[in-house]
Design a binder for this molecule. Sequence first.
Ligand code: UD1
Length: 419
Amino acid sequence: MDKMIVHGGSLLQGEVTMSGSKNSALPILAATLLTREPCIIEHVPDLSDIHYMLTILNMLGSEVERASGIVKVRATHLRTEAPYDIVRKMRASVCILGPLLGREHAATVSLPGGCVIGDRPIDLHLRGFEELGATVQVKGGDIHLLASHLHGTTIHLRGKYGPTVLGTGNIMMAAVLAEGTTVIEGAATEPEVTDLAEVLIKMGARIHGSGTSRIIIEGVRELHGFRHTIIPDRIEAGTFLIAAAMAGKKVTLHRVIPQHLEALLHVLEEAGVPLKIKKESITITASPSLKALSIETLPFPGFATDLQAQLSAMLCTTQGVSTITEHVFPQRFMHLAELKRMGANIELDGARATIIGVDQLSGAPVMASDLRASAALVLAALRADGPTEINRVYHIDRGYEGIDRKLNKLGAKIQRIQE
Ligand code: UD1
């Protein structure tokens, strides 16, 4: 298992280009299962989660080719059963359910387990499939979907914690080939859902209202191949912006869509960080001191839960008292215990963390618990006195393309040790 040693104290300076969005690429790769024709996807990031998805597509019978960020997939003949061993490695594998059900009217996929950020049920996905006409059975740890035909209907997809991102994608991918019109009420409005809808429209689907909470899908008989460039990763960009706010002199991010980052940009401005925003780039310059903040995570366009851990790291050394309330995944606070080991002063009460800024964090051996928590530890380590050893960095490789390489290019001192 690789680990990283981060030597804190360097100031970040220079330019860095963002990769394609992982959370966009995963469901879009699953969407290739909806057609027999070849599909070409550009700017696919080189990440272990993407590798798992390509392996799943391959095991389902797709021909997959990959070269420098371009992936070609052709799903001429399909199997409808995904093997447990590979599916269990990535929760987002559930997004093959929708396309398999849409095209083959059948799917057997292992039920994903919980993970450290919470229980993570998929009840809303399954209810949506049932409403489209499928029978849903959970047996032997597998989800079995079967339908004689799928029919359009109105589906209320909003759950106790708000809309579901992958659930919205899954239902869209099943409904595009259903008979009649499907209306998704309470749909997720995240840019990744819009990117998927754009792909489905390129394939010949009739979809209106993506990016709003009401999506209307008129079923078609057949879908075609497509060529698409994945949107830039807003969570990677957010992570680099927070890194630059914490430990930067002057950093410019290229290949970003500032509209996807509005909530974070607003928060950084409120903290006193000078920003220069252009059409596809953002420059951030050092602020002598940051102001304390009160943040609540919310579905898009609110502050993203996927940036909560990274912002927590920033607030550890921001003078004053800050609060973070997590509404999307109320248990997503595993990173706080590790940040405390580095000297942070944090109190957790249910889904609300109170962070009292300290002058300096100190390097310590820490354990990455999940993808975004690991990024938070890297950021905290950049501001810490002395070296920080981050174990289990495979979590970070699931979602950041060469984060150590990109940060080192900006002047950080991060060593990766292969064990
Ligand atoms: C996606 C993202 C993840 C992000 C999350 C929220 C991908 C691959 N992952 O995950 O990085 O943190 O959106 O922005 O795109 N819920 C239910 N029942 C369901 C489904 C979800 O109760 O059937 C709950 C979840 O437990 C959570 C909330 O709804 O509390 C939002 O989850 P959801 O949007 O579904 O997250 P994912 O799509 O899995």
